[in-house]
Design a binder for this molecule. Structure first.
Ligand SMILES: N[C@H](Cc1ccc(I)cc1)C(=O)NO
Ligand SMILES: [Zn+2]
Ligand SMILES: [Zn+2]
Length: 291
């Protein structure tokens, strides 16, 4: 039962979140020549996220940041864990992918800034992490933020992690995927994708938006294939949601090339802020539930 009853905690967090911080993270991540899963840029991008999230976690005894080593490629996923208190065995997952790609072929020197796809998602999550940790928020459930490696080449990072969690019997109660959050290409603000996701959780996400961001408009659409890392978790039977920046037909035409830049999104992160706020409300409302 998806109750929304943590307004006293969530509302102040959302007001502390700033588009400028999200924009800076997009700029920093898209400064790597690329973040491809097999290049030095991909390895460096992973280390950048690890260091950034470690800085945010400083001084918090119940917060850890680790890199997940993948068997088949060098780029590591990054996992920040906020350990729960009295319901810690139940886990809430929020993710985005850190890798970028240039469909012309991505070598050591090929430009693939990946500002929207998916530095924007990582940046939205990072701002949610910042305010949650700065406010010393203590969840009852365990909350995990994950920057997946190797999404562009077949959801490889998330597939390995989701399979491991299933094998280990981890009770993941909900997953949110943020992949592309800053290109405002459609009429409505947030589109909840209906395939490879969970309908009941999607209704909860829509209710989070109407409760905490009532001026925003919500639509639905579908990808028709496993279009991001939520599909890896869905395959393992976990409930997922993917709030997306546009309809499928109006998606960002610049992705997977040299033009996916912060400048080409107007050098502002106002759209991504909506998704960061949605991520924070999802994390706190689900994270605050007891056993
Ligand atoms: N396939 C996805 C991009 C993508 C995802 C959803 C929609 I709608 C349009 C485009 C991808 O490249 N993820 O990194
Ligand atoms: Zn992509
Ligand atoms: Zn993507």
């Amino acid at each position: 039962s998806y109750t929304i009853d943590n307004q006293a905690t969530v509302t102040p967090l959302l007001s502390q979140m700033q588009a400028s911080n999200i924009g800076q993270t997009i700029v920093d991540l898209s400064a790597f020549v690329n973040r491809y899963y097999t290049t030095s840029g991909g390895v460096s991008g992973s280390n950048w996220i690890k260091n950034k999230w470690t800085d945010l976690a400083a001084g918090r005894s119940n917060v850890t940041v680790e890199q997940f080593t993948h068997a088949a490629f060098p780029q590591k996923s990054v996992i920040l864990t906020i350990q729960g208190t009295d319901n810690a065995s139940e886990v809430v997952v929020l993710g985005g992918h850190q890798d970028s790609i240039n469909t012309a072929g991505t070598t050591e020197t090929t430009k693939a800034p990946g500002a929207d796809d998916d530095a924007s998602g990582i940046a939205s999550l990072t701002e949610a992490i910042r305010v949650m940790l700065a406010s010393n928020y203590q969840p009852r459930r365990t909350i995990k933020f994950i920057a997946y490696a190797a999404e562009e080449v077949g959801l490889k990072g998330s597939a390995e992690i989701a399979k491991k969690y299933k094998t280990d019997g981890v009770k993941v109660v909900g997953v949110m995927q943020l992949d592309m959050t800053n290109y405002k290409g459609s009429a409505k603000d947030i589109y909840l994708y209906t395939d490879y996701t969970n309908a009941a959780q999607n209704t909860f996400v829509a209710n989070l938006i109407s409760t905490y961001q009532p001026t925003l408009t919500v639509g639905n659409d579908s990808c028709g294939y496993g279009c991001s890392d939520h599909a890896s978790w869905h395959a393992q039977g976990y409930p997922t949601s993917m709030p997306f920046e546009t309809t499928m037909s109006e998606s960002n035409p610049k992705i997977h090339g040299t033009g996916d830049t912060y400048a080409n999104m107007g050098s502002q992160a106002n759209h991504a802020l909506k998704f960061g706020r949605l991520a924070a409300s999802f994390a706190v409302e689900l994270g605050s539930d007891g056993p």
